[in-house]
Design a protein around this ligand. Structure first.
Ligand SMILES: [Fe+2]
Length: 307
């Protein structure tokens, strides 16, 4: 009997991406916001964190923007173990009132942006396998805590994220006034696509000017050992000053290194762009952007219509 219990416990152990029973069960129960069951992390999970964290160090020093460097230092992350979100928040909250909020999986678009508006960052708690450190199509705790959260320690960046959350509210208000259902869905799809593109080319894959040349502030780049170097060094990458009209109409693919990136001047510039995005939304300029990636799923649409 005891033997079975131990085996059952072992089967439950581990918070590995796509293999975590705890996450499966939370999803079955329909629970999006969860706790971080820290004791379930296996030795292999901690080993993944240790490997991911240690190899990034030199690359962050070379390629990350200075706000990230300050941010990651101020979080006092343990290089050898998966972070506890409670510990991260103890350092983060006093700086910008942001906090990491554990989730069981995909957060529909409106809910995601609404969390940002409330200075909560939906955070994945699973971690990639230790033998597959490079390729991961979905976020994990390394991407979210080592890639995103250090940026949330910067007040100007944090304010731009909150402003982004405001935009989602504005979008919901705008489309709630459209009585023709078909037109409402068409417009909303376009607005969500424009917002997703803007988010992708700034928060996830943004570059920033500095006195030492272009530096990385996008979290998709900050959490990728290969791409953080490639995006700055490779002659195959096109890097242009950001233009709102370009970004909202530019499709992207998520399964390979980005061939096209945009740079901002600083985080005040980013904030101004988010302001502009909202203005364009109000003026109806986001209601018919160029088709293409990313796709907008029904869950995202519903999240904006039932608030
Ligand atoms: Fe991300």
């Amino acid at each position: 009997m005891a033997h079975t219990t131990v085996n059952e416990l072992k089967a439950f152990m581990g918070l590995t991406t796509n293999e975590a029973k705890f996450i499966e069960q939370a999803r079955e129960r329909g629970e999006l916001y969860i706790v971080q069951p820290y004791d379930l992390y296996s030795p292999e999970n901690h080993e993944s964190w240790r490997k991911l964290f240690s190899r990034m160090h030199g690359r962050w020093e070379k390629y990350a923007n200075e706000h990230f460097q300050l941010g990651i230092d101020s979080l006092c992350l343990n290089p050898n173990a998966v972070p506890r979100l409670e510990d991260v928040n103890q350092f983060l909250e006093p700086l910008t009132h942001f906090k990491a909020k554990p989730v069981s999986g995909y957060v529909p678009a409106y809910k995601f942006f609404d969390c940002l508006r409330n200075r909560e960052f939906p955070t994945t708690i699973t971690i990639r396998r230790s033998d597959k450190l490079d390729y991961l199509p979905e976020p994990d705790i390394f991407h979210d805590i080592a890639g995103h959260v250090p940026m949330h320690t910067d007040p100007a960046f944090a304010d731009a994220l909150v402003r982004f959350g405001d935009c989602a509210h504005t979008a919901a208000e705008i489309v709630s006034g459209i009585s023709d259902k078909e037109e409402q869905i068409r417009r909303l799809t376009s607005i969500i696509r424009a917002m997703a593109r803007f988010f992708w080319f700034t928060i996830e894959f943004g570059l920033m000017n500095s006195k030492d040349g272009l530096k990385v502030y996008g979290s998709g780049l900050l959490s990728s050992y290969g791409e953080i170097e490639h995006c700055i060094e490779s002659p195959d990458v096109q890097r242009f000053p950001i233009q709102l009209e370009w970004v909202i109409n530019q499709s992207f693919e998520i399964d390979h290194y980005q061939p096209l990136l945009f740079h901002v001047e600083n985080f005040s510039h980013l904030f101004e762009l988010v302001d502009e995005l909202e203005k364009w939304m109000k003026d109806g300029k986001l209601g018919n952007v160029a088709p293409g990636e990313p796709g907008v799923n029904e869950e995202d649409l519903v999240s904006f219509l039932h608030i």
